[in-house]
Ligand binder design. Sequence first.
Ligand code: AMP
Length: 197
Amino acid sequence: MKNIILFGPPGAGKGTQAKILQELLGAPQLSTGDMLRAAVAAQTELGKQAEGIMKEGGLIPDDVIIGMIQERIEQPDCKEGFLLDGFPRTVAQAEALKVMLDKKEKSIDRVIDIQVSDDELKRRSKNRAEQAIAAGEPVRSDDDPVIFAERLETYRKQTLPVLHYYQEHAADGVLCSIDGMQDINTVTSQIKQCLEA
Ligand code: AMP
């Protein structure tokens, strides 16, 4: 299995599963959220531009994100495949990804759609914030309940159409839906089944 997209709302477990699969498959996790948080921490030009948008639960402009991913997938460690976590988040990003891969005569092999109810996503976000406070660590500002609700709204409006894009355009067997309400190990084994099918 080569090029994989982990798709789902914020808090569905994309990052958790990407980290496990990274070890199992030996393919790097490409998390646009992690890249942006690193840029914010380093206060690069990109970081300064992204900070306010991320704090409000919005999306960074497509051209910025597409450029960032394009540069990343050119790196040698992506040659044999990669796990996209948090990208594409708009149909324009999905279309740009297709153009990028077409040029390399590559394609997306699997889109793993991890499904979790809104109530559970809100519970997980609250838990993350409480655990950070208990550990004396900084709370992610976008785990604030009002901002998290905004992120869910952004997902519904701008990111869910990406799923419809793949339902329409992907070849049979590329799209797998997984019940993300199950425990982490069960979700991993169902993703593995999808990758092996
Ligand atoms: P994440 O860690 O994936 O939930 O991303 C955190 C935040 O980074 C999001 O709420 C967005 O503001 C921004 N972000 C991450 N990935 C993207 C993307 N593909 N397109 C636009 N904004 C993004």
